[in-house]
Design a protein around this ligand. Structure first.
Ligand code: SAM
Length: 268
């Protein structure tokens, strides 16, 4: 999978992509990230990328010429002339559709993702119309640039690419996993490291020491009863989802047992 990031701050990404899973995926050649300095596509002495907005108002806007030249330098045609469905151009924008795990899954199936990072008051709208397949927002708040959003999107997509995580189940069975990614098939085997998301948030995790500042790890987790551990984890995942993200419950894959517990938790 190839990522191209167009930005006025290419150095921004060096630290962010230099650690952990992303670094390993880059080193192993499972992903490739190319950074493109927008100022390299200007033709004036000051390498100008922004200008005042038509109609007046605060701040500056990123000009269309350098951005379009940068996209075209990647061999990507204007939207209307594009034939490949394996590549997509995304504009980072607070006005965009929400970037979610299901969008990440959809994008992980492509071969190439081009990310355009806005700055100042944003980007000349014609860039969006000419070359962008979609505008994505990473949340309902305003950042000072698209770079953090681009890094978030690269990270979320790349961990869904086969081979990037040591254990493929890790991405299928964690928070926001497929609604159909429920318990593993072998009900008698040991529970996997993470499992049973089914569209719920992940359950709480514990590691050593068994007691920390007077707080003991829940007994069931060290009892060796695999079925009991699964049940406990499922219940805690339901509880946590209800508490922190009740909106997810509606689309979760719930068994009769889950539904009974849910009614109890809701005091019904
Ligand atoms: N005037 C814009 C608005 O009110 O929607 C905000 C512009 S913001 C200061 C500058 C750039 O940061 C945007 O062009 C965009 O690329 C990026 N940005 C800001 N918030 C974002 C978010 N929630 N998700 C993704 N990108 C964001």
């Amino acid at each position: 999978m190839r990522f191209d990031i167009i930005t006025i701050f290419p150095d921004f990404f060096h630290g962010i992509f230099g650690h952990g899973v992303v670094k390993r995926a880059l080193t192993n050649g499972l992903i490739d990230v190319s950074l493109h300095d927008l100022r390299g596509f200007t033709h004036d002495r000051h390498r100008t990328v922004d200008d005042r907005p038509f109609g007046g108002g605060e701040g500056m806007v990123l000009k269309p010429e350098p951005l379009i030249a940068a996209v075209e330098s990647l061999g990507i045609a204007p939207k209307a002339e594009r034939s490949s469905t394996r590549e997509t151009v995304i504009l980072l924008s607070a006005q965009g559709a929400r970037f979610t795990q299901s969008v990440a899954r959809e994008l992980a199936g492509l071969g190439r993702v081009v990310l355009l990072c806005g700055r100042y008051e944003g980007v000349d709208e014609r860039v969006n119309e000419l070359v962008c397949d979609r505008e994505l927002s990473i949340g309902d708040y305003v950042l000072s640039g698209g770079e953090l959003g681009a890094a978030v999107i690269v990270d979320a997509i790349m961990r869904l690419i086969p081979g990037v995580l040591g254990n493929e189940d890790s991405s299928a069975y964690e928070s926001f996993g497929h609604a159909d990614a429920t318990f593993p098939n072998d009900p008698d085997g040991p529970p996997r490291a993470t499992h049973g998301s089914g569209g719920l948030l992940d359950y709480p995790h514990y590691t050593r020491p068994a007691e920390f500042r007077g707080m003991a790890v829940p007994e069931v987790l060290s009892g060796g009863d695999h079925a009991a551990i699964r049940k406990w984890r499922r219940e805690r995942a339901l509880e946590k989802t209800l508490r922190n993200r009740p909106d997810l419950i509606e689309n979760a894959d719930l068994s009769k047992e889950d539904q009974a517990l849910l009614r109890r938790l809701q005091g019904k």
